[in-house]
Write a protein that binds this ligand. Structure first.
Ligand SMILES: Cc1cc2nc3c(=O)[nH]c(=O)nc-3n(C[C@H](O)[C@H](O)[C@H](O)COP(=O)(O)OP(=O)(O)OC[C@H]3O[C@@H](n4cnc5c(N)ncnc54)[C@H](O)[C@@H]3O)c2cc1C
Ligand SMILES: *[C@@H]1O[C@H](CO)[C@@H](O)[C@H](O)[C@H]1NC(C)=O
Ligand SMILES: *[C@@H]1O[C@H](CO)[C@@H](O)[C@H](O)[C@H]1NC(C)=O
Length: 460
């Protein structure tokens, strides 16, 4: 209570003068900080009984470390034993239904409408992922572009939410090998953003440090990205994902070029900053000053980061310094620090800067909410919104939405096979899965009990 009191006092001295409104405000703030303890099972009121039971079942499975730690292996064994159809029959009503929206537009649409009714906004994400050695030629990338254009269309045309957003993985359109090469090239010899923009406009640029074949692939990739950006401007905000450190600088370069070209009067292209990186804060400060100097609006997706284990293994193998913060606590400090930086610039120029606080961490969410109040940033003004993954920490998302904040759920779609790597990665997200889910499970149980009691009482 002490902290909420402090917030109230600060808020009061800033905004209020009369005693009566002061009392009202204190009450309101105590209510808000109680709500944001995320301990009210009634957040799940909007869920059907089937959904409650499914979530309980899936989270129960996620609570066995043996299952979670070996889930990649287990899934591929199950797939071999059961065959493609049997495996799909097993996964579809359970894990898949919990974390994935569906396979075709009809299925996706149904999930999205349900989400809309719950006050949540969908953010479609095609889980196409490529790492080194998995790429398969220009045709594959053109096909992926068509899938992304389809994603733009679906996000925009279905009116599932106002202000639609979608996620984009650059390595679906530009080979990871080239992204690695480009990362190394620009370390020696930084490219001017205008070079990339001219290439997006179709000029036959020859890029220093790349051979003709690589340059040709980069040009095609930039054309693909340009096409997606053109299709989405003024319709759908495109949030570019951050991936591995050995290619992120190239991904950011390309994204910043898109920002410079398309974000003159609005935040249509966004970039992602992973706070588990030791240099996340300086990367964020760099792009803030770049956006000022180059005159583009900046959208930031702030995450902790999803590739920790692989990054660390690679650093160890290659004898590099570990790019990831030493401990979870350091990552936490970094996340909250970057959050403060963004909220400060947003309070000064809300039309130029935007952030999606993409986290399941309740403490970070509460900090963001508190800071927004202190700085007088609107709950639904558009410059700050929140993001969680579909099927994870609904107690956080639903509570925030109920309080009037904009909340997006990242919604992957595709067949069981296409979404499998995504599902495996979800299960392996350590803290979130094993701790956050424990709390969500307790709340789900409470809600189930509450309904049982209600129906017993109603029936007697
Ligand atoms: C809308 C949305 C979009 C996303 N987009 C991306 C993206 O583009 N790129 C991406 O990489 N991820 C992305 N993510 C995933 C995100 O990185 C993970 O969901 C997130 O890391 C889980 O952490 P959390 O903030 O929910 O909090 P917590 O559960 O509090 O923290 C867990 C995280 O802390 C970090 N961590 C854990 N242990 C340690 C340790 N020992 N040392 C240092 N750090 C540690 C890891 O990042 C871990 O994932 C996205 C998530 C959402 C919701
Ligand atoms: C997370 O970081 C914030 C800000 O640095 C800090 O105040 C808080 O105590 C940290 N939380 C935990 C659980 O360590
Ligand atoms: C969690 O972290 C530990 C130690 O870092 C690791 O061995 C394990 O595979 C991770 N995943 C889960 C789900 O426990």
């Amino acid at each position: 209570m002490r902290r909420s009191l402090r917030v109230c006092i600060l808020f009061n001295t800033l905004l209020l003068s009369s005693a009566a409104s002061r009392v009202a405000a204190v009450k309101q703030h105590e209510l808000l900080s109680d709500t944001l303890a995320f301990e009210d099972p009634r957040a799940f009121k909007v869920k059907s009984l089937g959904e409650l039971l499914r979530a309980l079942g899936v989270f129960r499975l996620c609570s066995f470390p043996v299952l979670v730690n070996n889930c990649g292996k287990l899934m591929s064994v199950a797939r071999t034993l059961l065959g493609k159809r049997g495996f799909s029959l097993l996964l579809r009503p359970t894990v898949y239904a919990q974390f994935v929206a569906g396979e075709n537009e009809a299925e996706i649409s149904q999930s999205m409408q349900k989400m809309s009714l719950q006050g949540l906004r969908p953010m479609l994400a095609v889980p196409i992922e490529e790492d080194l050695g998995e790429s398969t030629g220009e045709k594959r990338y053109d096909d992926n572009m068509d899938i992304m254009l389809e994603c733009v269309r679906m996000s925009h045309s279905n009116a599932w939410s106002k202000d639609p957003m979608m996620q984009l993985k650059i390595t679906a359109l530009l080979s990871p090998e080239l992204c690695v090469k480009l990362t190394n090239v620009i370390r020696q010899q930084p490219y001017d953003l205008n070079l990339l923009i001219r290439s997006m406009d179709g000029e036959p640029i020859s890029f220093p440090g790349l051979d003709e074949k690589e340059a040709a692939h980069l040009r095609s990739g930039l054309l693909r990205l340009n096409k997606i950006a053109e299709a989405s401007v003024n319709k759908v905000r495109v949030l570019v994902d951050a991936e591995y450190t050995y290619m992120n600088p190239a991904l950011s370069l390309v994204t910043m070029a898109m920002m410079k070209k398309f974000n003159k009067d609005g935040t249509w292209i966004w970039n992602t900053y992973q706070c588990y990186l030791k240099d996340s804060r300086s990367l964020l400060l760099d792009v803030l000053s770049l956006s000022k100097n180059e005159g583009f609006c900046l959208g930031v997706k702030l995450v902790r980061g999803a590739y920790m284990d692989k990054e660390r293994k690679l650093a160890m193998k290659e004898g590099h310094q570990d790019p990831i913060h030493q401990s979870w606590e350091d990552t936490n400090d970094s996340y909250n620090g970057c959050l403060d930086v963004m909220l400060d610039v947003i309070s000064q120029e809300p039309e130029r800067y935007r952030i999606i606080v993409a986290t399941h961490n309740e403490e970070s969410v509460r900090r963001a909410v508190k800071r927004m109040e202190e700085l007088g940033i609107d709950r639904d003004g558009g410059s700050v919104c929140f993001g969680q993954l579909l099927g994870m920490c609904d107690h956080v998302s639903l509570t925030l939405a109920k309080e009037g904040y904009s909340v997006y759920k990242s919604v992957p779609y595709g067949s069981v096979d296409e979404t499998l790597p995504y599902l495996v990665r979800r299960a392996q997200e350590n803290r979130t899965v094993l701790q956050g889910i424990r709390k969500e499970r307790d709340l789900l149980r409470k809600e189930l009990n509450r309904r049982l009691r209600l129906s017993l009482r109603g029936g007697s």
